[in-house]
Design a protein around this ligand. Structure first.
Ligand SMILES: C[S@@+](CC[C@H](N)C(=O)[O-])C[C@H]1O[C@@H](n2cnc3c(N)ncnc32)[C@H](O)[C@@H]1O
Length: 301
């Protein structure tokens, strides 16, 4: 059996498992633990997005395309990714370059369909939260980490200097198209959040939206963010996190599949990670059944 058919067969087996196990697990959760249907609907959408992505890529004939080029990415080594793996726990440095390469390849792969897949979530409330997040940003020098395809660009404040970085060249290519089309004055650079190439104390504010779910070593990335913030600088984040209560173990169960399909972890403890990186938390606002957090944190000194 050649490599391509082996991969397709593997994907089909995985999809069949997901299609059988996940609806049954969701139904059991609703019946046994009285979980509101809205919560289940939200996670069904989250799971449906990566699945739709697979079908769309197949339809477009992209197959299991992987990013081969490292060009332009500064920081940790980024190259071809071989196998799916779990996120790196802080301290297990040896696996970090391959985890980072894998994350890059996953976002490169979905760059062209990302906006279409996110459209429903944007309408369901993301857009409103992005607007709120940017109203909390202060100062003149702003860094947007993991800018992706530039979904935040419509909310960028005027008269400030914004640099957007991302690991994925192809997500950045989409962001460049958007910036040109909408005449957004943003500087875009390929860079790894875990190894920023800016001098210390450069930025007044750093922004991230749905990024630290994907950064392989989130605490290392947040330490880098803290390093490049000026003393008194602000970190403003909109990040989805591990669900509360009984949702937590369900997210843990689903996490490997979601990571494999989308690159994002659904069970990150991002508020704790922000504190672990040395920030002082100023406020945490919960949305979408406590799963989405609008976090404001400060570098005190
Ligand atoms: C789910 S997308 C979010 C994109 C955008 N912030 C948004 O709100 O639509 C996650 C983004 O984080 C980027 N990313 C993941 N790990 C990264 C890292 N270590 N350094 C920089 N960007 C990273 C991915 O390439 C991807 O563009």
């Amino acid at each position: 059996m050649n490599e391509v058919s082996r991969r397709l067969k593997g994907n089909h087996a995985l999809l069949m498992v997901i299609c059988c196990v996940v609806p049954m697990a969701l139904l059991a959760a609703v019946l046994l633990f009285n979980i509101p249907l809205g919560t289940v609907g939200f996670f069904a959408i989250m799971l449906a997005c990566p699945l739709m992505h697979i079908f769309m890529m197949r339809g477009m004939g992209h197959g299991d395309q992987r990013a081969g080029s490292n060009s332009g990415v500064q920081g940790n080594a980024v190259g071809n990714a071989e196998a799916a793996a779990e996120p790196v726990a802080t301290g297990r440095r040896s696996r970090l370059p391959s985890q980072t390469a894998l994350t890059k390849s996953r976002y490169d792969r979905q760059a062209r369909t990302y906006d279409r897949r996110m459209a429903l979530m944007e309408r369901l409330g993301f857009r409103r939260l992005r607007y709120k997040l940017w109203s909390l940003v202060s100062g003149r020098d702003i860094l947007e980490v993991g800018i992706g395809t530039g979904s935040n660009m419509p909310f960028h404040p005027q008269g400030v200097h914004i640099i957007g970085i991302d690991l994925s060249d192809r997500m950045l290519a989409q962001a460049r198209i958007r910036a040109r089309r909408d005449a957004v004055p943003v500087q875009l650079l390929a860079m790894d959040a875990q190894n920023l190439s800016f001098p210390p104390a450069t930025y007044d504010s750093v922004v991230s939206t749905c990024v630290f779910c994907s950064v392989p070593d989130p605490v290392q990335g947040l330490r880098e963010v803290r390093r490049v913030l000026k003393p008194g600088g602000k970190l403003v984040m909109l990040e989805h996190v591990r669900g509360p209560g009984l949702l937590g173990p369900i997210f843990d169960l689903l996490n490997p599949v979601v990571v494999l399909l989308s690159g994002a972890n659904v069970n990150r403890r991002t508020v704790a990670n922000v504190e672990m990186a040395g920030f002082e938390i100023e406020s945490v606002e919960s949305h979408f059944f406590d799963v989405l957090k609008l976090i404001v944190a400060r570098k005190r000194y």
